[in-house]
Design a protein around this ligand. Structure first.
Ligand code: ADP
Length: 378
């Protein structure tokens, strides 16, 4: 069987059974010290203004990350160092790309772990030089492996991200010119429909078809507006926006089957600084998707909240949730699973929310269905 990348990396650092044994026995000695290591680790990051910038979530995020780091240390010394381990570690590298963590900070951070673990080894095995040497070698090897994995996934993901950016810029130019060119013929059709309406007489069927044309013109114009909004940086006209009115308006504007309930709750008094038209668009898209997903019967819930200077709006539904393949690229343009979808809704949501200084995230609901959480700074 072909050697996996992880096996190759292990071979490269000289990984052996002896290392595994040494780490497992070090785990017993080191695990009570994991909380201390997490403290030192984040104190080091927070003391450096560049590295600190990657921690955008403030105090509560650091609290959470300290716990994650302890779990990371636990697995680091406990193993098993198998393909599942490798996959889990790869996800960390990808996460670093997502939060734009500059690669060079990883070395410093890994060195903190190295120094702390070596300190523990030196204290614990001072009386047994052979064991001390083995443990230090194992710590060195596993941390080299960690770095190799992170650099590898970081590079792969960064390349993929660059390819996406290139694709998007070509896409932007294309969309811009097609969008503009389509506006003219649509305008001509609109004028002609208007003139025909004035002369159509009493024929109900003619009226019905003219209505249809008018309706579809609206849809086509809407798509073009969305496309052009995507690629243009339309200036934000900011004002104090009451979210309850925006949310109620957005929820009401969505056509839905009678057996789908849309509940809007806990939104009274919520305000953000922003462009009311664009904010409405965010929730029209999210609630529209939720109604689509909830199927012929189900529930869509829009829930507001506010804490620590952040206004949150959660949109969730009782549908099937986003399938994993779509979820990975959910907020990219042109990702759609719908027959008549064009996959711009969520890309636009992300763009608008980010231009308001906020974030939007997806997670699967515990009880099934999708949950989108939008956060705005206040
Ligand atoms: P479109 O609605 O045109 O497909 P979007 O960008 O709004 O474009 O959505 C992209 C895809 O994300 C959808 O096609 C669907 O597969 C998935 N999606 C979005 N919202 C939900 C949801 N609430 N539940 C399940 N899947 C969703």
């Amino acid at each position: 069987m072909e050697e996996t990348l992880f096996e190759e990396l292990k071979r490269y650092v000289g990984w052996s059974e002896a290392d595994e044994e040494a780490l497992r026995s070090l785990h017993g000695v080191a695990s009570p010290r994991f909380p201390d290591i997490a403290e030192v680790f984040y104190a080091t990051i927070l003391s450096h203004e560049g590295a600190k910038q990657s921690l955008t979530g403030g105090e509560s995020q650091v609290g959470h990350l300290k716990i994650t780091l302890q779990q990371w240390l636990d697995r680091l010394l406990r193993g098993p160092w198998d393909e599942v381990y490798y996959e889990a570690r790869c996800r960390i590298g990808r996460y670093h790309v997502r939060i734009n963590l500059p690669q060079h900070y990883m070395f410093g951070a890994m060195n903190v772990v190295r120094r702390e673990l070596n300190g523990i080894v030196d204290d614990a095995y001072a009386a047994d030089r052979g064991r001390l040497a083995l443990a230090r070698r194992a710590v060195g090897r596993i941390l080299d492996l960690e770095l190799a994995i992170m650099l590898h996934t970081f590079r792969e993901d960064l390349l993929a991200q660059q390819a996406r950016v290139e694709r998007l810029s070509t896409f932007g130019q294309l969309v811009g010119s097609i969008g503009h060119d389509l506006r003219n013929p649509l305008g001509v059709i609109e004028t002609s429909v208007f003139i025909l309406r004035g002369r159509m007489g009493e024929d109900e069927r003619v009226k019905k078809h003219l209505d249809r044309i008018g309706e579809q013109l609206g849809v086509a114009n809407g798509i073009i507006t969305n496309l052009l909004d995507m690629i243009r940086n339309k200036p934000l006209v900011k004002e104090r926006v009451k979210l309850d009115a925006v949310l109620a308006g957005a929820a009401d504007s969505i056509e839905r089957p009678p057996a789908i309930a849309v509940v809007v709750e806990d939104v009274a008094g919520l305000e953000v600084d922003g462009d009311p038209v664009q904010l409405r668009q965010v929730f029209v898209n999210l609630v529209g998707n939720a109604v689509d997903a909830a199927g012929p019967a189900g529930e869509v819930r829009v829930r507001g909240g506010s804490a620590d200077g952040v206004v949150t709006v959660v949109v969730e539904d009782t549908g099937p949730g986003v399938d994993p393949a779509t979820a990975r690229r959910l907020f990219e343009p042109l990702i759609t699973t719908k027959d008549k979808g064009i996959g711009l809704g969520l890309a636009l949501v992300k763009r608008i929310v980010e231009r308001h200084g906020g974030t939007v995230a997806y997670e699967a609901r515990e009880s099934g269905g999708a949950r989108f959480t939008v956060r705005f700074p206040t």
